[in-house]
Design a protein around this ligand. Structure first.
Ligand SMILES: NC(=O)c1ccc[n+]([C@@H]2O[C@H](COP(=O)([O-])OP(=O)(O)OC[C@H]3O[C@@H](n4cnc5c(N)ncnc54)[C@H](OP(=O)(O)O)[C@@H]3O)[C@@H](O)[C@H]2O)c1
Length: 201
């Protein structure tokens, strides 16, 4: 699978490092252009390249990994979102010190993302855990639970990817209900669940 990233910071690089050992390829993009990512893709190694947000959106899956105030500009930099699988890894943090949350007017933050990317199949994932919790890249890493939420079949390839790279994927349902459970401020945000063993009935 080829995975694009809009945003090339902590989240994009962490997920890239998780998927690359399994033969997937990644294309990272940021605001400053592909040349600014030369050292990042060199360090990520074989299978990694830099590109534009438009190119990232043209991959099999694209992960939105920008800060909340940049979400609209990042999504608007892509010409056509129709039928793209868009993984929303963002949290609606409007500012730090003090922590302020972006206004979502009673909706879920991923529904706002979906509105800004018309036609995209949006899946919320990766946002409820700090990346430090999934920065063990060894084959024997703990099987940490990652939640997904979404309204269509786009959840399937993401579920398979998450399970393949060594995490346990739990589908919480729709963007509206599951998204509310896992988004910042929801009851499952920042909850660390790790399988130590599996009980088979
Ligand atoms: N860090 C975590 O542990 C964590 C965990 C879960 C979820 N999250 C959420 O995931 C999102 C990303 O977090 P992060 O820690 O990875 O942030 P980060 O390290 O600050 O990286 C943000 C990236 O977004 C890029 N960007 C900003 N505006 C853009 C645009 N218009 N088009 C393309 N790229 C743009 C930046 O590029 P430039 O450098 O060129 O500006 C930068 O590469 C945030 O919403 C955060 O709340 C973070």
């Amino acid at each position: 699978m080829k995975i694009g990233f809009i945003g090339a910071g902590v989240v994009a690089q962490t997920i890239a490092r998780q998927v690359l050992p399994f033969g997937h390829r990644v294309l990272l993009s940021n605001r400053r252009g592909p040349d600014s990512l030369a050292s990042v893709v060199k360090e990520l190694g074989t299978g990694a390249e830099a590109g534009t947000p438009q190119q990232a959106a043209e991959q099999d899956i694209v992960v939105l990994a920008v800060t909340w105030p940049s979400v609209q500009a990042a999504l608007f930099s892509v010409a056509d979102w129709k039928d793209r699988i868009l993984v929303d890894a963002t949290n609606r943090v409007a500012g730090y010190n003090p922590l302020t949350l972006g206004d979502i007017s009673g909706r879920t933050s991923s529904e706002i993302v979906a509105d800004l990317a018309p036609g995209a199949k949006v899946v919320k994932a990766f946002s409820s855990v700090p990346m430090s919790w999934i920065s063990n890249f060894s084959p024997s890493k703990p099987r940490t639970v990652l939640f997904i939420s979404g309204d269509d079949e786009a959840k399937k390839p993401l579920n398979d990817l998450i399970e393949q790279v060594g995490f346990s994927c739990v589908d919480l349902g729709s963007l509206s209900i599951g998204g509310r459970l896992q988004q910042l401020g929801g009851p499952l945000a920042g909850i660390k669940l790790t399988f130590t063993e599996r009980f088979v009935l």
